[in-house]
Ligand binder design. Structure first.
Ligand SMILES: NC(=O)c1ccc[n+]([C@@H]2O[C@H](COP(=O)([O-])OP(=O)(O)OC[C@H]3O[C@@H](n4cnc5c(N)ncnc54)[C@H](O)[C@@H]3O)[C@@H](O)[C@H]2O)c1
Length: 273
């Protein structure tokens, strides 16, 4: 069975689009016919993803930026509108960082960094992209939070807190946007094996102690990964495509009556919460 949602003629901006979940979303939007601009920190990742977008026969472009810097995000949105020949239809904000340390051991610098990127970065993308969509009276945003926003956790508490703030920003932005017919929604992924989860496994092996620099073997990571999967009622990790299709649905006209919502894609982990 082949599936598609038609995004032909649409311009989509994906932050964090160079690798991991953002990359898969960028490729899916390209497969669905969109022109896709991506942003992130690693130029080599961005270049590779744009070349894969172009290989699909779609138009891709990138701009390296730090989403925690307001001026960078302002320049990114300007570049995306230019790339879209004066229009921006969908903004997907997937850029984010994990914090693997236990709160009691987390440094002040780590707390400030995670908050600046996850919360500040989301605020910056709303601040600079939402007015463009409001002026058009069309378009929508999909912001990637996390199920970690729902109930905190025994470790990586700063990440959980930052994602709870991201979820709050999604709700506020949806209220700001609604009078102009613009939608803002959230996707809350569960457990997907990207580079980010590799870091989480290392954090778990070190019991959240940033002072522990012991090398973690692949066998130990496999054991910890298996333990993590035991928390999932459906019994398996989510795949990047599970997240990308949900994002594409939220960004499409099929979701034209949905705004201010956060959809958990987690195999049932947060059911009832
Ligand atoms: N992988 C999971 O299981 C999972 C679960 C829940 C939520 N998420 C969320 O999904 C999103 C993508 O995560 P991922 O698993 O693909 O991780 P990843 O580490 O593979 O990708 C993160 C992306 O964010 C970009 N980024 C980080 N800091 C940035 C900054 N300051 N400025 C610009 N770009 C920056 C990186 O360049 C990278 O492209 C994140 O917001 C993450 O919190 C992931």
């Amino acid at each position: 069975m082949s599936m598609t949602i038609d995004f032909s003629g649409k311009t989509v901006l994906v932050t964090g689009g160079g690798r991991g979940l953002g990359k898969d979303m960028a490729l899916l939007f390209a497969e669905c016919g969109a022109r896709v601009m991506i942003a992130g920190r690693g130029v080599s990742y961005l270049e590779k993803t744009v070349s894969e977008i172009n290989d699909l026969g779609a138009k891709g472009s990138y701009l390296a930026c730090d989403v925690s810097k307001s001026d960078d995000v302002k320049a990114l949105v300007t570049a995306a509108v230019e790339f879209g020949r004066g229009r921006l239809d969908v903004v997907v904000h997937a850029a984010g960082v994990q914090s693997i340390d236990d709160l009691l051991l987390t440094t002040d610098e780590e707390i400030a960094k995670v908050m600046a990127i996850n919360v500040g970065g989301t605020a910056n993308i709303i601040k600079h992209a939402l007015p463009v969509l409001q002026k058009q009276k069309a378009g929508n945003m999909v912001i990637i939070s996390s199920i970690a926003a729902r109930d905190g956790g025994p470790a990586n508490q700063i990440y959980c807190a930052s994602k709870a703030a991201v979820t709050s920003l999604i709700q506020s932005a949806s209220k700001m946007a609604a009078p102009s017919g613009v939608r803002v929604n959230g996707i809350l992924p569960g457990i997907i094996y990207t580079d980010m989860w590799d870091d989480i496994l290392i954090g778990r092996a070190h019991n959240g102690d940033p002072g522990d620099t012991r090398e973690v073997s692949e066998d130990e990571k496999k054991r910890l990964w298996k333990e993590a999967l035991e928390e999932i009622p459906l019994g398996r990790a989510q795949q990047p495509r599970d997240i990308s299709w949900s994002t594409a649905f939220m960004a499409s006209d099929f979701a034209s009556e949905i705004t201010g919502q956060c959809l958990c894609i987690d195999g049932g982990m947060t059911s009832g919460r």
